[in-house]
Ligand binder design. Structure first.
Ligand SMILES: CC(C)[C@H](C(=O)O)[C@@H](O)C(=O)O
Ligand code: SF4
Length: 484
């Protein structure tokens, strides 16, 4: 018997915890009687839409509590044809970029400005610079902050008032969410990516399927994903209604972070890795909900409607509202088909597209451009199709250019552009005309998102490249079968 065994351990020691619990517990500052918990925030990411929060601070004469924990990059409002602020013709857009420059100058936080080597969509910048790390609480005034959970962080979007609160206090009040584990068994097949997987998951559990929950993705098909695939997966957690998505850190995570600008070094790195490895959910930890997905059954997946849950295999057809489970769903489907200009039963492969957008915080990373380039090499964009490649960050753009991918895109007839959110949301003015159908690698196919009347079909980068080449929705497996 060891000395330790003579003392009964407290029951607390025996409570198995999920990764979410471990991160949550470590960041609790205090708890209110109504159950709200004050959390300490490790990283606060800021974008060019956060001007109202800085205005709030200014009006109250408050300063940033911890500017060294705040990192910013302009993304939503920046045009993707120039990096010169002075060349931004629209004064409103220019004003947004200038407002962020001014806030950084006043408050002393790190800004990756328009011409900075690290500028990009905040959700691409955080992971790629190593600012986002396992075990952290990461917040940003943007719903797709869930992206960073791929590194084993608890990362979630907050509102503008909360952005102001975090800037001033470095803390945030939150109610504890429920936990949900999505286990993906099996292996993703040829031509099937993390994007197809997350569209399949959302189609399975619904756009409100994870409301109030933090999702932990687990299982062999998730473990087999690259870090970039995991970022895509976690990015769209919010489209299933989840508060956040996360993947436990493993060798993939650690290899990804090693040597990045903001990653720890030397002995500090070794200690960090030890901490990160201990974050995984305990084997006997209980989740409030469990979902199991068969990874072998996932096909290249495309959306047909105005919610990310409106997704079917590329080999499938537009569903029939008559088969809807209830009248509300039937009405929603009918409305979506009318807006999208589609008929029930129409084969997905017969739907023509006029525009293609490869980019966004979902699929604007180097592996996404490699996957699309692999399809485009030796091929041309179909007659009448306008196709854009928009890197998620300046480093992604440089890397792609170093690999000669920009040539592949240009030779195929793509426009190769500067980094930003661009056509994902179009707040920078980059939208399409009414009725135009877009094959898009972004995360939301809401009505009017890519412009009033725009018709968005969500898909993977390889699928978007295939659509660019054929001018219609195409199962990329059919197109590239003869390659190799
Ligand atoms: C503008 C921003 C607040 C918004 C978000 O929260 O997600 C945007 O990034 C989006 O993707 O719709
Ligand atoms: S790329 Fe799209 S989804 Fe991502 S932050 Fe920008 S607008 Fe939002």
């Amino acid at each position: 018997m060891t000395a330790h065994d003579q003392f009964p351990r407290t029951t607390l020691d025996h409570v198995p915890r999920t990764m979410f619990d471990k991160i949550w517990d470590r960041h609790r500052v205090l708890e209110r009687e109504d159950g709200q918990v004050l959390l300490y925030v490790d990283r606060h990411l800021v974008h060019d839409g956060c001007a109202p929060a800085f205005a709030m601070l200014r009006a109250r004469g408050q300063k940033l509590r911890a500017p060294e924990r705040v990192f910013a990059s302009p993304d939503h409002y920046v045009p993707t044809d120039t990096r010169e602020t002075a060349e931004i013709a629209n004064p409103e857009l220019r004003g947004m970029v200038e407002a962020l420059d001014q806030a950084a100058a006043e408050s002393g936080f790190r800004l990756f400005g328009l011409k900075d080597a690290n500028q990009g969509i905040v959700h691409v910048v955080g992971p790629e610079t190593g600012i986002s790390q396992p075990g952290m609480i990461i917040v940003c005034g943007d719903s797709h902050t869930s992206t960073h959970g791929a590194l084993g962080a608890l990362a979630f979007g907050i509102g503008m008032t909360e952005v102001g609160h975090v800037l001033a206090t470095q803390c945030l009040w939150q109610r504890k969410p429920a936990t949900m584990r999505i286990t993906v068994d099996g292996t993703l097949g040829f031509g099937v990516t993390a994007k197809d997987l997350i569209l399949h998951i959302i189609a399975t559990i619904g756009a409100a399927g994870a409301t109030g929950h933090v999702i932990e993705y687990a299982g062999p098909a998730v473990r087999a994903l690259t870090m970039e695939g995991r970022l895509t997966l976690c990015n769209m957690s919010i489209e299933a209604g989840a508060r956040a998505g996360m993947v436990a850190p493993d060798d993939v995570t650690i290899d990804y972070l090693r040597g990045r600008d903001y990653a720890p070094r030397g002995e500090e790195w070794d200690r960090a890795v030890e901490r990160w490895r201990a974050l995984a959910s305990d084997a006997d930890a209980r989740f409030d909900r469990e979902v199991v997905i068969d990874g072998n059954a996932v096909a290249p997946t495309v959306t047909w409607g105005n919610s990310p849950q409106d997704a079917v295999p590329a080999t499938g057809a537009v569903p029939d509202p008559a088969a809807a489970p209830n009248p509300e769903r039937r009405a929603a489907m009918e409305e979506a088909l009318a807006y999208m200009g589609l008929d029930a039963g129409q084969r997905m492969a017969d739907i023509p597209v006029q525009r293609v957008f490869i980019g966004s915080c979902t699929n604007g990373r180097i592996e996404d451009f490699r996957a699309a380039a692999a399809v485009l090499r030796g091929r041309r964009v179909a007659e009448g199709v306008v196709a854009w490649a928009v890197p998620g960050s300046a480093p992604v753009k440089r890397r792609a250019e170093a690999e000669g991918l920009d040539r592949v895109f240009r030779d195929a007839g793509f426009d190769w552009r500067e980094a930003g959110c661009a056509m994902c949301l179009g707040t920078n003015g980059e939208i399409v005309a009414p009725g135009v159908r877009v094959a898009s690698t972004s995360n939301r196919n809401f009505r009017g998102r890519q412009g009033p009347g725009a018709r968005t079909h969500l898909m993977s980068p390889a699928m978007a490249a295939a659509a660019a080449v054929t001018g219609r929705i195409t199962d990329v497996r059919d197109l590239v079968q003869g390659d190799a």
